[in-house]
Design a protein around this ligand. Structure first.
Ligand code: GLU
Length: 479
């Protein structure tokens, strides 16, 4: 069974890059009915940021990436938290020491500082590896602080990454890495491997910045005799100007994006496309729900080349997901904005929702689309000029007068009724229907673009207000 994990360090908010790792882990598990877990890698107390864990829970919760397993926290699954698992790390470290694959190191900082090579890089010189068993025991007995280091054997270390293929390095490039720090806590690298094994993780997905650390993980798996997971390293994420997307570079936080009006499903959809592309019958599609992604995601279509975060594309994806919302759901989201923008009594809010749903990139934008309903904005007569339609202020005046007269007599104030009245008016006035519709829409809205046509606006405004605005238009054109 596939078991994947999202293993963030709680060092701040979550960026689209972090979310992408979580999402791919989630999709890999879900596609095969597997298990997705959350593990907080918080053994490095110096990097811990207050509140960061909660941000991770909230982000996963709001984007629908629910985890399937973890310590029971009163009926719910909690995440695995490394700092609460301290006791798990010393036994495997001791085992390595017993087998001669790791050793105690008592070197003090002052000595380590002298080891820098000409490039300023410090590679541990194995000073303590040369200590005899008795010397080590004597130091341990007298309480000298120590760390535990892995003894890196000679040779090469190779592994296959799902995305980057065969990778191999000379072990001479690696240092005898610290597994347990002097405070008894595991290092980040050691805890990561111990936990991936303890939690029977089959797939490890993370950013390509971890590619160079992976040989160290591989050496640990080998030293401990554990099965290695499948490694899936994800391409670099960059901004349009080529800079890396990271918290350090001020990348947007997912929670902020959600608060600004990006829908969770749009953020998920866009994150999925950052480095992966659908194939086969889905190759031409870009809009997917999480459920669909669960079915069609596959690691073989993750690209090696860096992917660029494009805010415009993200906004387009958002608009597409808004269009796809059931009207009731959209109406509920839009209502607070519509109610702020439109206070006129008797306006059909559901209709306002219907006409705006396919015209916004963010739900809140619905407000500005319908702001002409309460108050007709002041506009210039140039607004009546439309070359293609062959309308100008003179045609407009003629059209408005004709419509004013016919509309006054209408008893059935519905879209259909008004459409046929306009058709008749056009005919008797010798004008094109389009000329009348354009002119009436302008007089009723005072805007060059509106979310719906002339008759729909007239129905929304009602007869009295419609006639009043037609009259205003006539007066403006007369002046
Ligand atoms: N804890 C690491 C991070 O926050 C993830 C490492 C991993 O997934 O193995 O980036």
């Amino acid at each position: 069974m596939i078991r994947s994990r999202f293993a963030p360090s709680p060092t701040g908010y979550m960026t689209i890059g972090n979310l992408r790792s979580a999402l791919y882990e989630y999709l890999i598990a879900k596609k095969d009915g597997g298990v997705f877990i959350l593990r907080l890698e918080d053994t490095d107390q110096a990097r811990y940021v207050e509140g960061a864990a909660q941000v991770i829970y909230d982000t996963l919760h709001r984007t629908g990436l629910h985890f399937d397993e973890g310590p029971n926290t009163g009926g719910n699954y909690g995440p695995y938290i490394q700092s609460q698992r301290k006791d798990s790390y010393m036994p495997p470290a001791r085992k390595l020491v017993e087998e001669g694959k790791a050793y105690y190191c008592f070197c003090e900082k002052e000595r380590l500082d002298t080891l820098a090579d000409e490039r300023g890089l410090k590679k541990y010189d194995r000073f303590c590896h040369k200590l005899s068993k008795d010397e080590v025991q004597a130091k341990l007995n007298s309480g000298v602080p120590y760390v535990i280091r892995q003894f890196i054997p000679d040779g090469r270390t190779a592994f296959t990454d799902r995305v980057y293929g065969e990778i191999s390095i000379d072990n001479g490039e690696l240092e005898d890495q610290i597994l347990i720090k002097s405070d008894g806590m595991p290092t980040y690298n050691f805890a990561n491997v111990v936990d991936d094994n303890a939690m029977a993780i089959t797939h490890v997905v993370r950013g390509s910045e971890y590619l160079t650390s992976t040989p160290k993980y591989v050496l640990l798996y080998d030293a401990l005799g554990w099965d290695k997971p499948v490694f899936v390293h994800l391409p670099l994420l960059q901004n349009a100007d080529g800079t890396k997307i990271s918290k350090r570079h001020g990348a947007a936080s997912i929670l902020e994006m959600l608060d600004e009006g990006y829908l969770p499903q749009a953020v998920i959809n866009y994150a999925a496309l950052l480095g992966w592309s659908p194939s086969g019958e889905y190759a031409e599609r870009e809009i997917f729900t999480l459920d669909e992604l669960e079915k069609i995601f596959d690691t073989s279509h993750i690209s090696k080349s860096p992917s660029t975060f494009d805010p415009k594309k993200m906004t387009w994806v958002n608009a597409e997901h808004i269009k796809a919302l059931p009207l009731d759901v959209y109406a509920e989201m839009a209502l607070p904005y519509l109610q702020t923008a439109v206070k006129t009594a008797g306006i059909d809010m559901k209709e306002l929702a219907r006409i705006t749903r396919s015209r916004v990139s963010f739900v809140k934008e619905c407000a500005e689309l319908v702001d002409f309903i309460d108050t007709l904005p002041s506009y210039e007569i140039d607004l009546y000029t439309h070359k293609k339609m062959k309308t100008d202020p003179a045609v407009a005046l003629q059209a408005l007068r004709a419509v004013q007269e016919t509309f006054a007599g209408v008893t059935e104030w519905t879209g259909e009724g008004l459409q046929s009245v306009i058709a008749q008016t056009a005919e008797s006035a010798g004008l094109a229907k389009g000329q009348i519709l354009w002119t009436v829409r302008t007089a009723l809205s005072g805007k060059p673009t509106t979310p719906c046509g002339a008759t729909e606006i007239a129905v929304l405004l009602g007869k009295e207000e419609t006639l009043r605005r037609l009259q205003k238009g006539i007066e403006l054109l007369h002046a």
